[in-house]
Design a protein. Sequence first.
Length: 446
Amino acid sequence: MAKWNLAAREIELDDSWDVAVVGGGPAGCTAAAAAAREGARVLLIEATGALGGMGTGGLVPAWCPFSDKAGHLVYRGLAERVFNEARLAVPHEPADKLDWVAINPEQLKRVYDGLLSGFGAAVRYFTFVSAVEMDGPGRIGALVLSSKAGLSALKAKVYVDCTGDGDLAAWAGAEFHQGEPGSGELQPATHCFVLANVDEEAYRAVPRNAADEIMRKIIASGRYCEIADMHFCRNFTGPGTMGFNSGHLWDVDNTDPASVSAAMARGRRIALAYRNGLAEFWPAAFGKAFLVSTGSLLGIRETRRIVGDYCLTVEDYHARRTFPDEVCRNNYWIDIHTAKAEVAAAKSTSDHVVNRFEHYGPGESHGIPYRCLAPRGLSNVLVAGRSISCDRPVQGSVRVMPCCLAMGEGAGIAAAMASAADRPDVHGVDADRLRRRLVEVGQFIR
């Protein structure tokens, strides 16, 4: 590819912040809120016009489980607050339901807005991090931002990478892994969507497991070739309104803009195919349904995994391991979606997904160490969200929204602690002090 040399020029610098959080998904929101709650001056930088990531812009229709199957919340602190405030807008869900609770995305946007403003964290929407400027080896000096105001620079004492793709850490030189070792294959993406005017009574009259047979008929008809497999997750998110986390898009790399651009267009075609196929083969429930919206974000399950001071392994998962520096617990199963080569063998929505690895029993969970959030070789950067330091199988478990909410809170408190030092070093944060603070604010750790 041809090269272009940027002309040297000065841009405005904002150096008034202690902590800069990049990415306003679940991890970014709790990281920013937690750091601000500790008294740090916090700015959250978000590329879109709303907080929440996949739960809002991505239209994921339900939370992954919050409970340990024994009636107890695993993800607490700010995660519990977000969960409880969000569920106020889904009154059709039972009050005691803790797992797979539907999401009203508009309510969730307001929940996150209130969370950050309540603790005094500032937000900059429609703003992108375009480059990282280093201040010596392993230390970010400033970020180059781009927005409708042009280019500017941002300098903070500590940076928290909540981009989901580990952009900030990778651009700063952190080592990372991506995809299946050897092949680099990534989990498929999904473009979530919403159908309205669904007949709830007719829908509920059909046993849920009978939907697999309907999907088989849709695919076998040959008229909806955009639907490539049996992936068919859905939830009522409001009256007559159903959100779908359905359909797979393979060979999508969220770190490649051309790849994502093509996938967004394919995803919109897949959403329409689902609507039309369901209207034909399940007419009582979906005959009058119409496609309301597709996500403004693509549902990306996997890209980079930043190498940190510790790598959480599949052995840790199986051992239900507890760590002396853990910042939260997690009990979601290892959820690696169907690879392209497995599609022909999949007979149902759960084949090759749900039962790949052992599931936890009631009350079981594992810890996530703070060291997984600290990129090796970078002194003033933390990572929270799906790109933390872990084996590929474990990434299939820790990537989901409840877990991201919980680890973001730990990252935010740690960032605030580190920023108070004369020369911040995230690797020098006192883990015992961090854990005491997490217990004080209600987080579940052991």
